[in-house]
Design a binder for this molecule. Sequence first.
Ligand code: SF4
Length: 144
Amino acid sequence: MSEKILISACLAGFNCKYSGGNNLSEDVRKLYESGRAVPVCPEQLGGLSTPRRCSEIRDGRVFDTEGNDVTEYFEAGALKALAVCRKNGCQKAILKEGSPSCGTRWIYDGTFSHTRIPGRGIFAAMLEQEGTELMNEEEYGGEI
Ligand code: SF4
């Protein structure tokens, strides 16, 4: 049986993005339609609603645009998504770049000024510790 690949659900077109929309990648959607992808949205799994306020990481904590500390939701959701990853034996993940949950190379700096800094989202960091191979939607070119 082919290896299962974990994906950020928004990349397959699920409307789980904070704004209520998605981050559709045609290549990731095709992978999903092939039956090989396991979609997760750690923020929804953490109990956050959709739509929800935009959030960014600052000093290792996650805050929304109103200044609420939402770290516990992000961590709880990441743990649930990690359990899905383990259950399906996924060793690779294609994640939405820049997200405070799913970002693999960079995130926003916590000032809500569209400033990017190197770093990982809460879920991506957990997967990295797990030894999962991470790539973002641009690095995934339709072959895996
Ligand atoms: S948490 Fe991840 S899967 Fe969910 S909307 Fe954000 S980037 Fe997409």
